[in-house]
Design a binder for this molecule. Structure first.
Ligand code: AMP
Ligand code: ZN
Length: 113
């Protein structure tokens, strides 16, 4: 996807990544809502979590690994953190390339669920 900002960021070999493997990268959110706010992003353009298809399992596995690694690197593995995925209009998704927010570093009081 030529005009997708996360395709560009995730496939930049000189990117400033918190985590990087063959399938996903993680980088700091440009507009953090918490002391730790990292985005975990597959290198393949997948619009949202509802668009995952057969063959994408490796991305899901890498996201799972990245969550633990990012939490460890950012020092929130023990204190706790939250993973958020916005899918579609009602969830307020603004970047149409699958990504998971990892937020933490403070008490995340404002629970919806
Ligand atoms: P969402 O609303 O779930 O689609 O989240 C999109 C997130 O991407 C927001 O938290 C933005 O701050 C973040 N974002 C947008 N552009 C960039 C960028 N160039 N680098 C890092 N984060 C970005
Ligand atoms: Zn993309």
């Amino acid at each position: 996807m030529d005009d997708c900002i996360f395709c560009k960021l995730a496939n930049n070999e000189n990117g400033n990544f918190v985590y990087d493997d063959e399938n996903v990268v993680a980088f700091d959110d440009i507009n953090p809502v918490a002391p730790v706010h990292v985005l975990i992003v597959p290198k393949k353009h997948i619009q949202d979590i509802a668009s995952l298809e057969e063959g994408d399992e490796k991305y899901v596995v890498s996201v799972t690994k990245a969550i633990k690694e990012v939490a460890r690197i950012k020092g929130v593995l023990e204190s706790g953190f939250r993973i958020i995925n916005n899918c579609g209009v009602d969830a307020g998704q603004t970047v149409n390339h699958l990504h998971f927010h990892l937020i933490g570093g403070k008490s995340l009081g404002e629970k919806i669920i």
